[in-house]
Design a protein around this ligand. Structure first.
Ligand code: PRX
Length: 565
């Protein structure tokens, strides 16, 4: 293995061994009531009995205005919203979903739901009607918070969602036959009796994609905040004078664990940018708010690299620590960070299912450039074979974790069998392939399945294929992730057309638009190939691995089970 080491100077942060000691005292960092807990109380309310009460918790940089909220503002706003939810009849364990861009109501709504003891779910604002329907139907959500524009996509599938009782709109002042304005919360008391939950009771859920089937509802408990708190503290190194910016969207797990829970439980002033990615805007935000800690993703870093040296126009000197997550962080991106900002992006590895960072690079640890780093203290990671047996150092295998860390998913909603499938031989099997070197550093190799990571977002090929065959021209569809220098992977679809339809650029565009509007803006195939037939097994299953091997010019392997190719 080539090793390019980025050496660290021993500094004010404790060394890795001390993290473990600190973990034992971590419970004091989380406030509990005789064994009961609430994650939202830990993120916000408990700071209000300290000097942090009037500290800025949220700097919201909207498209048209900027707003600031102290911890006390968020405590009161989330209390008011929780009171509104109770008035609407919400009960412990109910599912309440949020379908919003990054506006303050998303954050207030999420925490308000968690305060009531209900389960908060989020949906990325690029989702179309089909994606929304799958999530709201499976979860049986009774409440949805959204805005008038996004509600149109919900209306298209509302008749299939009998359990959805209330829609709360952030941008309307008047109740209608089927909506309630978010602003009703203003009339509610700013005090709320926060639900005291068992640590293992559910707090939030997120749908994520696998190789097969519809997206799965991954559910996390209140106790997860313990792990989110400790990792935010020791990996992101959040201190009281930091201005922290996480560029993720709470429609995905990073935006929940480190833009709502772990960051605020550490009392960190957090910047949220409503708008989309834009290099000049991003640099100007770092300059304007004097951002010190930046948590972002490889695709964004690669796009910044491609945008030239515009960072030179801005004062980036406030930055003191930078981290990355979501897809492999390539060495060029780290080298570029060092050149541009004098700092290395620290890679972190984790998943929706793990609820928090598990394998990371740390300020105090020499970085082997290209490696995901080492397991967080208290976490046991290993490389195992398909039967769950540990493999020798240096061998490629399944990246596996010893179960039982605080933020490990608790259930897959409505699907206990799927949950069980994650565990083998006493290990949680991540679905990623990796190696561990003699020094205990982990190196990512790839997915063990067909899951696609495009611009850091996880997309299931099955979902895209199912949406494609709903188009009138498509008879069969096979979908793969094709390597892409900027986005990590792009989605490529191989389509067999129905009789009477023939390939054309117009049809290609029409199909792309169809997927964007039905499934999701980020999950459409950027490339489409029209084919005469698709490789299939005798049972009719499309063999994506054959499509991928052909696309990449690699050996296709054993074809003995193929019926058609
Ligand atoms: O394949 C790994 C990749 O992202 C997957 C998890 O995706 P998701 O559940 O959407 O969560 C992403 C944010 C926590 C993993 O199975 N992945 C995540 N981090 C890394 C990574 N691949 C390589 N290096 C990473 N640091």
């Amino acid at each position: 293995m080539d090793e390019e080491i980025f050496k660290k100077t021993p500094g004010k942060t404790p060394n890795l061994n001390e993290y473990t000691k600190n973990q034992y005292s971590a419970e004091k960092q989380i406030e509990m009531w005789n064994g009961k807990i609430n994650a939202a109380h830990n993120a916000i309310d408990r700071h209000c009995t300290t000097w942090r009460k009037n500290k800025i918790a949220l700097i919201w940089e909207g498209e048209k205005e900027e707003r600031k909220y102290t911890f006390n503002d968020l405590r009161e706003e989330t209390n008011r919203f929780a009171n509104l939810l109770v008035e609407l009849g919400i009960k412990k364990g109910d599912r309440a979903f949020i379908f919003l861009p990054r506006v303050p109501e998303l954050y207030i709504g999420f925490l308000g739901i968690v305060k009531t003891g209900a389960i908060a779910g989020t949906m990325f604002s690029a989702f179309g009607p089909d994606a929304i329907k799958d999530r709201l139907k499976d979860s049986g959500a009774s409440i949805l918070i959204t805005n008038s524009e996004l509600k149109k996509r919900v209306d298209a599938v509302r008749h299939e969602l009998p359990e959805l009782r209330h829609i709360i709109l952030t941008d309307s002042e008047k109740a209608t036959h089927d909506t309630i304005p978010f602003s009703e919360a203003k009339k509610m008391p700013d005090k709320f009796d926060v639900a005291r939950m068992d640590p293992e009771e559910n707090a939030f859920m997120l749908y994520t994609s696998g190789t097969t089937g519809k997206p799965k509802g991954v559910v996390h408990c209140h106790w997860a905040i313990m792990h989110q708190h400790m990792t935010a503290k020791w990996v992101l190194d959040l201190q009281d004078d930091d201005i922290y910016w996480c560029t993720a969207d709470p429609g995905w797990v990073t935006g929940i664990a480190y833009e709502i829970l772990g960051n605020w439980s550490n009392g960190a002033t957090t910047l949220v940018h409503e708008g989309r990615f834009d290099p000049e805007k991003w640099y100007s935000l770092i300059q304007k708010h004097k951002v010190t800690i930046w948590y972002t993703a490889p695709t964004a870093i690669r796009m910044l690299m491609q945008s030239g040296e515009s960072y030179k126009k801005y004062d980036m000197s406030s930055l003191r620590h930078m981290c990355s997550v979501g897809e492999p962080l390539n060495p060029e991106a780290i080298r570029w960070g060092i050149k541009a900002f004098g700092l290395a992006f620290h890679d972190t590895w984790w998943q929706t299912e793990t609820g928090g960072m598990l394998i990371c690079n740390y300020i105090c640890l020499d970085m082997k450039i290209g490696s995901m780093g080492k397991p967080f203290p208290g976490i046991t990671a290993s490389i195992v074979d398909d039967a769950g047996k540990e493999l020798p150092i240096g061998e490629e295998g399944n990246l596996a974790i010893k179960p039982g860390w605080p933020s490990m998913m608790k259930v897959i909603w409505n699907n206990p069998k799927k949950y069980e499938e994650y565990f083998k031989g006493g290990w949680y099997i991540s679905g990623d392939r990796a190696k561990m070197d003699k020094d205990g550093y982990f190196w990512f190799i790839g997915r063990a399945d067909d899951v696609i990571k495009t611009a850091g977002e996880r997309v299931g090929p099955f979902e895209v294929e199912s949406a494609l065959i709903e188009h009138k021209a498509v008879a069969e569809a096979g979908v793969i992730g094709k390597p892409d220098p900027t986005r990590g992977e792009i989605i490529k679809a191989f389509l067999k057309l129905r009789p009477g339809f023939s390939p054309s650029p117009q049809l290609e565009n029409e199909i792309k638009e169809f997927i964007k509007s039905r499934l999701a803006g980020h999950a459409y195939p950027r490339e489409i190939a029209f084919v005469e037939s698709l490789p299939k097994t005798r049972s009719g299953k499309i063999m994506r691995r054959v499509l991928k091997a052909r696309e990449l010019g690699l050996p296709v392997g054993d074809l003995s089970t193929l019926e058609e190719y």
